[in-house]
Design a binder for this molecule. Structure first.
Ligand SMILES: C[S@@+](CC[C@H](N)C(=O)[O-])C[C@H]1O[C@@H](n2cnc3c(N)ncnc32)[C@H](O)[C@@H]1O
Length: 342
């Protein structure tokens, strides 16, 4: 701040209305109307002082819908901050400032009441309103942000790439494998040239993925097609890092036998006991098998989600926390767990 600046800014603070405005805007972001109510001043007066405070870089404003909200400049330069703090300590101790603060509290309370009243009346319709405004999958897609964005995920039996499309923006890299060239061609069209997606043609029983590459392997609606599931699961285990994790989502045992003929299913659903045996044989530790909530719009059999870790990793996890983190090779090839400790 130049010397001239210092005097300009000091004289702008010398006005009691401007220092009151600044005190209120130091704590809250308010509209002109709210400032008029808080300071009990006409709009022309408030607007004029706001303009001067804006010109001297004490306040900034932003538009929100039809309103304009004002606040103190968020990061005042050090000299201006010093000046302001001297003035603020004097102004804040006055009765006028205390009354301003009480009126601001009432204004904020009114804002809160408006949203509370809305929720009181909208409780019955909120779910539909939320879905209409933001879509039905918004929670699940947002929850993907909890994933480590360095994860390398294998979408094994990726089909047309629906899962890969959802996962790719949230993780480091997706290696998507399928035996059907027709499905892969559709996946390629869907995924365009997503930089972190690697589509590969191959069999689950002979995965085109190097040992220990994956942090997460997903078999989504695939295992019921596989005549030798233990072979496919052992391959997934080989492709997983020792601290990796497998997710199998598939149909629970069901009575819709026509699906076998119509869609070529090999297994009429997969029960918990059967899956646990397969996983054990393939080298996985204990399986967590959970039935998924039934979607009322869906006509197919109920689904389960099962997760497990490679058996050797379980012993390692008991020995130390890093192996249990489940995050491994990032897009650059270095393991996420190593990078964290590096
Ligand atoms: C029902 S689709 C599911 C696709 C995708 N995972 C999804 O959830 O939409 C099953 C996919 O698994 C593939 N698949 C089945 N058996 C396979 C195998 N042994 N090796 C590789 N891919 C296989 C099929 O080509 C098909 O694209």
């Amino acid at each position: 701040m130049t010397r001239a600046d210092v005097f300009d800014r000091l004289s702008s603070l010398a006005d009691p209305t401007r220092s009151r405005l600044l005190l209120v805007l130091d704590r809250h972001e308010l509209t002109v109307g709210e400032l008029c109510a808080a300071l009990q001043l006409p709009q022309s007066t408030v607007s004029r002082h706001l303009k001067q405070l804006g010109d001297l870089r004490w306040v900034v404003s932003r538009a929100e819908g039809a309103s304009r909200l004002y606040r103190i400049v968020p990061r005042l330069d050090a000299a201006a901050r010093k000046l302001w703090h001297v003035v603020r300590d004097q102004v804040a101790a006055s009765d006028t400032a205390r009354r301003d603060a009480q009126r601001v509290a009432a204004i904020l309370e009114k804002r809160r009441r408006a949203s509370q009243e809305f929720f009181t009346s909208a409780a019955g319709q909120w779910d539909a309103l939320r879905a209409g405004l933001f879509g039905r999958r918004t929670d699940l897609v947002a929850l993907l942000s909890l994933l480590d964005d360095r994860l390398v995920v294998g979408d094994l039996g990726c089909g047309t790439g629906q899962l890969t499309e959802v996962l790719a923006p949230a993780v480091g890299r997706v290696i998507a494998v399928d035996a059907s060239r027709a499905m892969l061609a559709t996946a390629r069209r869907r995924l365009g040239d997503a930089a972190n997606v690697d589509l590969r043609h191959g069999e689950l029983e002979r995965l085109p993925i190097d040992d220990g590459t994956l942090d997460v392997a997903v078999l989504f609606l695939v295992l019921h097609y596989v005549p030798e599931p233990v072979r496919a699961l052992a391959e997934a285990r080989r492709a997983l890092s020792p601290a990796g994790r497998l997710l199998v989502v598939d149909m629970m045992p069901h009575e819709q036998g026509d699906l076998r003929e119509r869609m070529g299913h090999v297994w009429q659903g997969i029960g918990e006991g059967m899956l646990a045996e397969w996983m054990d044989e393939a080298g996985f530790g204990p399986v967590q098998y959970r039935g998924l909530p039934v979607d009322e719009t869906a006509s197919g059999p109920a689904l389960f989600a099962a997760t497990a870790r490679p058996r050797a990793a379980l012993g390692a996890r008991e020995g130390g926390p890093a192996a249990g983190a489940g995050a491994g090779a990032g897009a650059g090839g270095k393991r996420a767990t190593e990078r964290r400790s590096a």
